[in-house]
Design a protein around this ligand. Structure first.
Ligand code: SIN
Ligand code: FE
Length: 289
């Protein structure tokens, strides 16, 4: 299981040489861990390392693609400084991905950048929303038709506290385990969900199956405790990257993290046959979108 994580010793956000081994590993659903790569805060920015910056109504602080900051408390000057900090992480995360995966630079679509100042262990959530249970990312209200979810994470903890994850088995193994238990797709139900605005667009069979895998994993307590997995402490001052729609993951503890999501079409990957859409299409023998 240790092979699910590949360590890269770059201390620079601009990786000097793209490396096919790393590209293939990432597209195979492995997680790339950069223990020496640090998102640096200025001394003034350290004041933002407190849960008090978060509006209690929000889960995270986020910076939209158009530069709008959401979820933060504080006066105008503080909001500008916070947006500048989150924006700098966005630039560095984009630089990392562009240098690591040059073919992605033209095709990625930027999602909001988020700063998560809350202590993970204190969050109480329903089982379905609980990211302490191992899962692959899939979103009930936003069908994505196989579009990839590539994420860059940085642990900013000032007290040396790791962000501890569990990382699970390869996606194809997850799919083979949980597809037989998945409820059948109903186009009629998908149309009702759309008409009621529960989904923003028609939920495709791909989106349905991804949610079934997500829920199947999270609701299976035996799988949560005994399924193939490794516990992985991401050190304070480190960075990691994975396709979170493909790499089973759970967050167990930690506080203060940056996260950047980038979306890309699965057909534009280096190896399109490695995508969850391609794997699920192959395993079901059906066109899923
Ligand atoms: C998740 O993506 O499931 C949570 C990641 C984290 O908060 O570390
Ligand atoms: Fe997740």
């Amino acid at each position: 299981m240790d092979q699910q994580i590949l360590q890269i010793d770059s201390a620079d956000w601009h990786v000097s040489h793209p490396n096919q081994t790393w590209i293939s590993a990432l597209e195979a659903g492995k997680l790339l861990y950069f223990p020496k790569l640090t998102f640096k805060l200025t001394p003034e920015e350290r004041r933002f390392l407190t849960p008090a910056v978060l509006d209690p109504k929000s889960r995270n602080i986020s910076l939209n693609a158009d530069g709008e900051l959401k979820g933060a408390l504080g006066d105008a000057a503080e909001q500008v400084a916070l947006a500048e900090m989150v924006g700098r992480f966005r630039m560095q995360a984009q630089d990392l991905i562009a240098s690591l995966l040059p073919a992605y630079s033209e095709i990625v679509r930027l999602a909001p950048t988020s700063f998560r100042p809350m202590q993970v262990e204190t969050r109480a959530q329903s089982w379905r929303a609980d990211d302490k249970r191992m899962h692959v990312d899939a979103f009930p209200s936003r069908p994505n038709y196989g579009e990839r979810i590539l994420r860059v994470f940085a642990n900013l903890n000032p007290d040396g506290e790791a962000r501890v994850w569990r990382v699970g088995e390869p996606f194809e193994d997850v799919a083979k385990r949980f597809l037989p238990k998945a409820k059948a797709y109903s186009r009629w139900q998908a149309q009702v969900l759309k008409a009621l605005h529960i989904t923003k667009s028609l939920r495709s069979e791909y989106d349905h199956l991804m949610l079934q895998l997500h829920d199947g994993m999270k609701s299976d307590l035996a799988y949560q405790s005994n399924g193939p997995q490794v516990t992985m402490p991401f050190a304070a001052g480190s960075v990691w990257v994975c396709f979170s729609d493909q790499t089973p993951h759970a967050v167990m503890s930690g506080q203060y993290m940056m996260e950047q999501t980038l979306h890309l079409p699965p057909t534009k990957q280096y190896d399109p046959s490695a995508s969850p859409l391609a794997i699920l299409t192959r395993l079901t023998g059906r066109n899923l979108i």
